[in-house]
Design a protein around this ligand. Structure first.
Ligand code: SF4
Length: 275
């Protein structure tokens, strides 16, 4: 996959994707169909689609995941845990400069040297062990071929990834979606926080429940390229979280999702000036 935009780069606005064209009224209506009720009592699925439509209109198509090869995407997905993408880029830059961004070469490195190279990504000793665990499976079971490792039915490949120490659901799904071309919805802390503030889910909703909720909403979209839609949806959620839906001081004024806030029922930590 060619690198286009990274999480810390400025994307450009673009066209709304087919099947998600603005209706002129961004407020979802009951005619959008039934779904599981959120904490507010109504189905959040139309609102989730409206949210995507609005952020896509604001940011444009984001072209994620940054990474030149599926292997680089896997490495980035592991290194990005608990750090900014800018730090991941520095770590990957060091791996490239050392000529080590290749499965067999990286696997042959002593774990101490690996940790040294990925130091900019933070938690480098832990991440070196996690990377090493991933590489052990990749090299010893699949001869370093990411396409072979990620081939097969999505649930089976997901289980394969989750069995590797240090690979959780978000990392596994990121690898599946962006490196393996599996049609899964990736959710993360950004997704949970923004959705909870809009009362589309509970703040402590389990990963799988939020993933199913989002997947169900997006399954209603008619598109010729569902993979691209799912890739872009996660990217849009991350950009909303990074640029607007901050943990302590959300920037609701100016946020594309501002019009979707529940009137008179603002979530904890959310303040908004009504114009
Ligand atoms: S910043 Fe405000 S309007 Fe934007 S997603 Fe967060 S809570 Fe919603």
């Amino acid at each position: 996959m060619r690198k286009r935009f990274g999480p810390d780069e400025s994307p450009r606005p673009g066209a709304t994707p087919p099947g998600l064209r603005p209706s002129g009224n961004e407020t979802p209506t009951s005619s959008d169909g039934p779904g599981e009720p959120g904490p507010s009592g109504s189905s959040p699925e139309p609102a989730l689609l409206a949210a995507y439509r609005l952020s896509r209109h604001h940011f444009g198509h984001l072209g994620w995941w940054p990474g030149e090869t599926p292997f680089e995407i896997c490495v980035g997905a592991i290194l990005t845990q608990n750090t900014s993408w800018r730090n991941v880029e520095r770590a990957i830059g060091q791996l490239k400069a050392a000529g080590a961004l290749d499965a067999h070469t990286l696997f042959a490195l002593p774990v101490e040297r690996l940790a040294q190279l990925i130091r900019p990504s933070g938690y480098y000793n832990v991440k070196a062990r996690r990377l090493r665990a991933f590489l052990t499976v990749l090299v010893q079971q699949f001869d370093g071929a990411v396409d072979r490792m990620l081939a097969g039915a999505t649930p089976a490949v997901r289980e394969r990834l989750l069995a590797i120490p240090g690979i959780g659901e978000e990392t596994a799904d990121s690898i599946l979606l962006y490196a393996g071309e599996h049609e899964v919805f990736v959710v993360d802390a950004y997704t949970r926080r923004a959705c909870a503030r809009h009362a589309w889910c509970a703040p402590d909703i389990p990963y799988g429940d939020l993933q199913r909720l989002c997947a169900r909403a997006f399954s209603r979209v008619e598109t010729a390229d569902r993979l691209d839609l799912l890739r872009d949806a996660h990217a849009q959620w991350v950009m909303i979280g990074k640029d607007f839906c901050r943990p302590r001081a959300p920037r609701c004024d100016g946020c594309p999702w501002r019009g979707l806030l529940p009137a008179g029922d603002l979530r904890p930590g959310v303040t908004v000036t009504r114009g």
